[in-house]
Design a protein around this ligand. Structure first.
Ligand code: DGT
Ligand code: CA
Ligand code: CA
Ligand code: ZN
Length: 577
């Protein structure tokens, strides 16, 4: 059973209660349950089967009963009741950046807004801005959010698409007469969001393969079914639909087909242009001189024949790859280069487990070190640590590290950058940490010059090692802060501050373009998962594909260094304290 569905359900209960004006305590208790479920490493049904539901953080008797009911019936009474008492189109408004439950309630109760169309009307008429507690500026932000959500709502984040594609590919590999399966398209290029999945199967029996494809247990609907291609609709683990295409190709043209269907379209146009210059043709069947096949069984052969180095899928975007030399591609970072993870949470703040368990999981991944970076005091919604608790955490982690001999546990924190650019902890605490991730979690809509200066000020603190998730965006959900990234990148180089590539698939922040800018400016990056559970440590691979899209090499990334070298790198900035 998908934990994600239940997580979404509890979050929706919290949203609906908040819209109805329930007290914050009750609302937050449901949010806490949702978070617990989200971070669970085990199927919730298994937890229930063991009778261990009420052992979960924030789950009391009545919540346990609700979870049981959901497992048995697929429904929760409270949720059904709430849904029935609120207009159907109202919860959707919560997905619009800037529209929290309080504002939704205001629009509903004061102006009778019941859906997106209604909201647009009262924004256009100025009624919404005229309400007490709203104002021009916040309404303008919501209007922008509305446009943003409409533009980006349809595509699937990489973190949801990748496991699904692997599942389909594995199923197709098991089909008789299929010799080879590869995933192509934007997923192979490691894009942050995916339109549809593209599978390529090598076989001589097209119709049989397509039949098997359209009969997979994952299929919800069949869109088309031919002799060599088929399209189906499958379900993401959050219940949303997604399209998957499959093409069947003979061995002789498998490489050409893989090259063609990996794209990008822009890259392919350039490649075909190079073929044409030599009076050849390039298509999904191969590279031809007249009728004679020059290359086609493997991708590398095609690039070679055209006088090019083999290009990794992640760089095929027509962003300068045709002018680069082979070395640039051979040096790209891989997952094996990573020696540790420098941003993660434990149950001291909003994570689900303790530092010892995180360290064990890191050891299983082959890491040399991790940093435990729980939230600071101002992040109350994430159970941030007070000064007192932070001092005790530092002591606790030091002791733990002394006992642990396989993985080094660095003492850290994720320190809020306050609205005025000051840090949430005094320097005494920051100095007692080995590593400090500084992040913006509040007042994210300040205007450009103000928020840029604010972040730059925080970077100047000698104890700030890493700027965490620099733009604060959430894919498809929250637009990035209005930062002057060119200025931030320059400042990072000047202040010896690391920029994070947050590998959590909801963030992927910095994105590929800014990663490339930072690299070109000689800035150091770190690729961290921001894990809240042991399972989330494996999100590293999303960060790695994004890094490769930004042309990063191992030497551009702090957490590819051996521990001692990394510590020296960090110490250099601290000397100025
Ligand atoms: P997506 O699905 O929107 O995330 O992006 P892609 O890149 O996966 O695009 P998709 O699924 O439409 O097509 C897969 C690949 O097939 C694409 O990257 C390049 C190739 N392709 C598709 N249509 C064309 C075309 O009209 N011209 C060329 N040159 N290539 C195409
Ligand atoms: Ca695609
Ligand atoms: Ca496609
Ligand atoms: Zn954060």
């Amino acid at each position: 059973m998908p934990n994600e569905t239940l997580e979404a359900l509890f979050n929706e209960i919290a949203d609906l209660l908040e819209i109805k004006g329930e007290d914050a305590f009750r609302v937050n208790s449901y949010r806490r349950v949702a978070r617990t479920i989200k971070n669970l490493t085990e199927d919730i049904a298994e937890v229930a089967a063991r009778g261990a539901l009420s052992d979960l953080q924030g789950v009391g008797k009545s919540t346990a009963a609700k979870i049981e009911q959901y497992i048995k019936t697929g429904k929760i009474d409270l949720h059904e009741e709430l849904r029935a008492s609120i207009p159907k189109g109202l919860p959707e408004l919560l997905n619009i950046p800037g529209m929290g439950p309080k504002k939704v309630a205001l629009a509903w109760k004061e102006l009778g807004v019941e859906d997106v169309a209604g909201l647009k009307k009262v924004i256009a008429s100025g009624e919404f801005a005229a309400l007490k507690g709203m104002g021009e500026k916040s309404v303008q932000q919501i209007a922008q959010g509305l446009a943003f959500a409409e533009k980006s709502g349809e595509r699937t984040p990489l973190g949801l698409a990748w496991p699904l594609a692997e599942e389909l590919a594995a199923a197709m590999r098991a089909v008789k007469s299929v010799r080879r399966v590869e995933i192509g398209g934007s997923l192979r290029r490691g894009c942050e969001t995916i339109g549809d999945l593209d599978l390529l199967c090598e076989s001589d029996d097209g119709p049989a393969v397509i039949q098997a494809f359209t009969k997979l247990p994952q299929v919800r609907r069949v869109l088309s079914e031919g002799d060599t291609k088929g399209s189906i609709v499958v379900e993401r683990r959050d219940g949303v639909e997604m399209q998957a295409d499959c093409r069947v190709v003979p061995k002789a043209s498998f490489g050409a087909a893989l090259q063609y269907f990996t794209g990008s379209k822009e890259h392919n146009v350039r490649l075909r242009g190079l073929a044409v210059k030599k009076k050849w043709t390039l298509n999904e069947w191969g590279l031809f001189e007249g009728d004679r096949l020059l290359a086609g069984t493997d991708e590398a052969g095609i690039y070679k024949k055209l006088g090019l180095p083999m290009m990794p899928p992640e760089v095929r975007e027509d962003r300068g790859e045709f002018d680069a030399d082979a070395e640039a591609f051979a040096e790209l970072i891989t997952l094996e280069d990573i020696r540790g993870d420098l941003h993660m949470h434990t149950h001291a703040s909003d994570g689900t487990t303790d530092a010892h368990t995180m360290a064990e999981a890191a050891r299983d991944l082959g890491y040399e070190y991790i940093a435990i970076t729980d939230h600071s005091r101002s992040s109350a919604q994430a159970n941030g640590l007070s000064l007192d608790r932070m001092w005790r955490q530092i002591e606790h982690l030091r002791k733990l590290n002394d006992k642990h001999d396989t993985v080094a546990i660095l003492v850290g924190c994720e320190c809020d950058i306050l609205a005025d650019g000051k840090l949430d902890y005094p320097d005494t605490i920051l100095a007692a940490c080995d590593i400090v991730v500084a992040s913006v979690h509040q007042a994210m809509r300040q205007e450009k010059s103000k928020i840029t200066r604010r972040v730059m000020k925080a970077m100047e603190n000698p104890f700030v090692t890493i700027l965490g998730h620099p733009t604060g965006r959430l894919l498809n959900r929250r637009a990035p802060m209005d930062l002057d990234l060119a200025a931030i990148i320059e400042h990072a180089a000047r202040t010896h501050t690391v920029l994070e590539l947050n590998a959590s698939w909801q963030r992927l922040d910095l994105c590929d373009r800014y990663v490339r800018m930072a690299r070109d400016a000689g800035v150091m990056l770190s690729i961290d998962t921001d894990a809240h559970s042991t399972a989330q440590l494996t999100q590293m691979r999303y960060g790695i594909t994004t890094a490769r899209r930004g042309w990063l090499r191992a030497k551009d990334v702090l957490n590819t260094m051996p521990l001692a070298a990394m510590r020296r790198w960090i110490a250099r900035k601290r000397k100025h304290a």
